[in-house]
Design a protein around this ligand. Structure first.
Ligand code: COA
Length: 227
């Protein structure tokens, strides 16, 4: 009996060693990216063993291989098991660039036709989804070096330009030019090329109509009070 238990422990140790070697060889860049972008990460070991964002990416790469070779059911099975293990749902058909990092991760959903560039960082609760009415390419294209804040939703076949920052909980449904910061619902650009955009003078981006109405009413109340 003791012999069998020792054999099982030995096999588990070998599998564990092989997994660590596999991650080290094929996901070294991603481990470094995670270390660079998460100030809480103390060591590469911590990331390899405990970061579900990295684990979800590894599962996705395997699922994507099967998807590309038309083993759709196997691909979806891997992605569903990964979702169960990590809380992150990446469709195997999505396309993801290098040094991708999902911090915290729980609740992230990435749709089938989403395209993600290099050096992208997503926080927990991000959805790269469809609007529910489109067919074909119906998920966003995210440029290089983009950060999508916690809980943000980027919806539809839109493009987020390189080096852009989507604020926490924003809902983005229109294209975002490169080097922009977008916040709010619906998402509006507050910074571009490092310069703050004065929303009141920005006639290109649609403002929040409710907020506009409230501001108009406030002005009328003030003028009535003066009278
Ligand atoms: C958007 C963000 C990147 C800030 O960018 P910034 O360029 O430094 O913006 P500022 O702090 O100068 O804020 C610009 C304006 O947007 C507002 N704003 C900032 N973040 C916002 C958000 N997430 N939602 C709504 N409004 C926001 C600010 O109040 C400010 O408004 P004002 O001009 O009326 O005062 C940041 O606030 C953010 O949301 N980061 C996400 C980080 C995250 O998800 N972390 C998770 C860790 S677990």
């Amino acid at each position: 009996m003791t012999g069998i238990i020792l054999q099982i422990i030995f096999i588990l140790l070998v599998l564990f060693f092989l997994k660590v070697m596999f991650v080290y060889l094929f996901f070294n860049e991603e481990v470094k990216a995670a270390k660079g972008r998460d100030p809480a990460a103390k060591s590469s070991w911590e990331i390899i063993l405990l970061y579900q964002g990295l684990h979800a990416l590894i599962h996705y790469r395997i699922a994507n291989y099967f998807y590309a070779n038309k083993f759709f059911l196997v691909a979806r099975l891997i992605s569903q098991v990964s979702r169960w293990l990590t809380g992150i749902e990446i469709h195997p058909g999505a396309s993801i660039g290098k040094r991708f990092f999902i911090d915290h991760g729980m609740g992230v959903v990435i749709g089938e036709t989403a395209i993600i560039g290099d050096d992208v960082l997503l926080y927990q609760g991000v959805t790269l989804g469809g609007t529910g009415i489109e067919k074909g390419k119906r998920h966003p294209t995210i440029g290089n070096n983009v950060v999508v804040g916690a809980g943000a939703k980027v919806l539809g076949n839109i493009t987020v330009g390189d080096n852009s920052y989507i604020g926490a909980n924003a809902v983005v449904i229109k294209d975002v030019p490169a080097n922009s910061t977008v916040v709010g619902i619906p998402g509006r650009i507050t910074k571009q090329d490092g310069k703050k955009i004065d929303i009141s003078l920005d006639h290109i981006n649609v403002l929040d109509p409710l907020r506009e109405d409230i501001e108009e009413l406030q002005k009328r109340i003030e003028s009535l009070e003066k009278k």
